[in-house]
Write a protein that binds this ligand. Sequence first.
Ligand code: 5GP
Ligand code: ZN
Length: 114
Amino acid sequence: MEDCLFCKIISGDIPSNKVYEDELVYAFTDIDPQAPVHILIIPKKHIESILKVQDGDFQYVDAMVKAAQKIAAEKGIAQDGFRIVFNTGENGGQTVHHLHLHLLGGRYMEWPPG
Ligand code: 5GP
Ligand code: ZN
């Protein structure tokens, strides 16, 4: 997708602070962190949102969750806990239309969210 910000981050056209990468996913720090640890985990395939994950694409979702486990352990937030979030659509607060999993930790997360 030519005009997608996160596709450009994957290709390296837009710089990012890489945290983790494998065959299926790429992870980097959020430019506007909402917690001491705030990382975005994205599939290397352009998928608009969790609603658009089709048969055959669920391997990306698996890989995103596995990456969240690994990164949480590496960042030292696994024990105390963390939050992973798929913002979806307008009411969900999704602003970038390339699937991404927010990994937030390093502080207590309020519930319900705002
Ligand atoms: P959403 O609101 O769609 O769930 O999350 C999009 C996230 O992408 C936001 O947390 C925002 O701060 C982050 N973001 C937007 N543009 C950039 C960018 O150019 N670089 C990085 N690292 N993060 C970005
Ligand atoms: Zn994209």
